[in-house]
Structure formats: structure tokens, C-alpha cells
Design a binder for this molecule. Structure first.
Ligand code: AP5
Length: 185
């Protein structure tokens, strides 16, 4: 399985990526988690990207590619679920180029959630957890970045006939069942 999960902030990419990975044995590669781990470890990369995460702006492509391509290569045999990458057409093009054959992506699921529900979920998480980008101003920016950078990616994969749209506004188990069915799991 070489799967990409696309979705706005709060759409459930992380929640469903983990579930699908457990179910399928594919490797869950979540760029937000990887970047947050670098920030927490105060690594050189972490120091470079901290400001981007805090403001909800995209980290420069080359940093992302350096971080993710080795993991994608390593998971070629087991399969992978890419959660949060690519998130722009530019990143998708580079992913295809770097993987050589153009077959780095077999299937793309867009988890579509109404905007009000996204904001409600993120504000709920803000009250429960301490994520630096879960506050009102940054949530607005993350959604703006999604609209400008990631919405065009949905069309990019639709034109390649790789895209399926999933109703992500349901409960976790229901969305999970829809995603699994979409990829025949
Ligand atoms: P990232 O960590 O990917 O953040 P995000 O896209 O904003 O998404 P979230 O993690 O907030 O939401 P999610 O869709 O994973 O939903 P989740 O399952 O957590 O990226 C963070 C930052 O890193 C970016 O802003 C950027 O700076 C940088 N970055 C990452 N990738 C990059 C890239 N490729 N290029 C450049 N920069 C990059 O669920 C959210 C909440 O809702 C949880 O509390 C969950 O319990 C709840 N929930 C989930 N599903 C449901 C449901 N069905 N019903 C009710 N509640 C639900």
C-alpha cells in the first residue's frame, strides 16, 4: 500500500493514519509528528522548523524532502501511509521525481470535513493538550494555508484518477470504516 491521506487541520489524518497502519501493517509516516519530535529534541532541524510550526506555515520543501524521503524509501516493501505529506503540488511533483518511477503514490484519500467541525475539534484539543499551533489565530492561518497550498493538490491527484473523497464528518469508527473500504482493507 502506498497511500496519501489529505485533509485540513483537524480532519483526522493522524487518528485515521494510525488506525490504518495498525490494520494493514503499512508504515505511518506523519510529517507533523516527525517535525514536532525534532523540535522537542532541540535538534538542528528542530530549531530551523520551530517557527513554522508555531505560526502554522509550511516548512520549506527541501527540509521536508530530506526528512521524509529516506523513510519512504525504507518503507517501500512494507508499504506506507503518508499523513501530511505531500501537502502542495510542488511537494507531490518532487515526490514523484525523487522516487524515480512515478509510482510513489497508488491511492489518495481526501478526508473532507465541514469547516465548523474542524475548528470545533481543534479548539477541543486545545483545551485538552498543549499543541503550540492549536490556538484561534494559528488555526485560522493553518486553514488558510490548507486552502491556498493543499486544495490544488486535491485536483492534481483527481486528474491522475488516484483520488477518493471520504466523508470525514462522521465518528472516528465510521470514518475509519469508509477509509478501509475505499482501499479494499
Ligand atoms: P500536522 O501535524 O500535519 O498538522 P495539521 O495538518 O494541522 O493536522 P492536525 O494534526 O491538527 O490534524 P489531523 O488531520 O492529523 O487530525 P487528528 O487526527 O490530529 O502539521 C503541523 C505543522 O507541521 C504544519 O502546520 C506545518 O508547519 C508542518 N508540516 C507538516 N507537514 C508538512 C509538509 N508536508 N510541508 C510543510 N510543512 C509541513 O485529529 C484532530 C482532533 O480531532 C484530535 O483531537 C482527534 O482526537 C479529533 N478527531 C479526529 N477524528 C475525529 C472524528 N471523526 N470525530 C471527532 N473528533 C475527531
Amino acid at each position: 500500500m502506498k497511500l496519501v491521506l489529505i485533509g485540513a487541520p483537524g480532519s483526522g489524518k493522524g487518528t485515521q493514519g494510525e488506525r490504518l497502519a495498525r490494520r494493514s501493517g503499512a508504515h505511518h509516516i506523519a510529517t507533523g509528528d516527525l517535525l514536532r519530535a525534532e523540535v522537542q529534541a532541540r535538534s538542528a532541524l528542530g530549531n530551523q522548523v520551530a517557527g513554522y510550526l508555531e505560526s502554522g506555515t509550511l516548512v520549506p520543501d527541501q527540509l521536508l524532502l530530506d526528512l521524509t524521503m529516506p523513510l519512504i524509501e525504507a518503507a517501500r516493501d512494507t508499504g506506507y501511509i503518508l499523513d501530511g505529506f505531500p501537502r502542495s503540488v510542488g511537494q507531490a511533483v518532487r515526490l514523484d521525481e525523487l522516487s524515480g518511477t512515478g509510482s510513489a503514490v497508488e491511492s489518495v484519500l481526501y478526508i473532507d470535513v465541514p469547516r465548523a467541525e474542524l475548528v470545533a475539534r481543534l479548539m477541543r484539543r486545545a483545551a485538552e493538550q498543549d499543541r503550540v499551533d492549536d490556538n484561534e489565530d494559528v488555526i485560522v492561518n493553518r486553514l488558510r494555508v490548507f486552502d491556498s497550498e493543499t486544495i490544488p493538490l486535491i485536483d492534481y491527484y483527481r486528474r491522475r484518477s488516484l483520488l477518493q473523497v471520504i466523508d470525514g464528518g462522521l465518528g472516528v469508527a465510521e470514518v475509519g470504516a469508509l477509509l478501509a473500504a475505499a482501499i479494499g482493507q
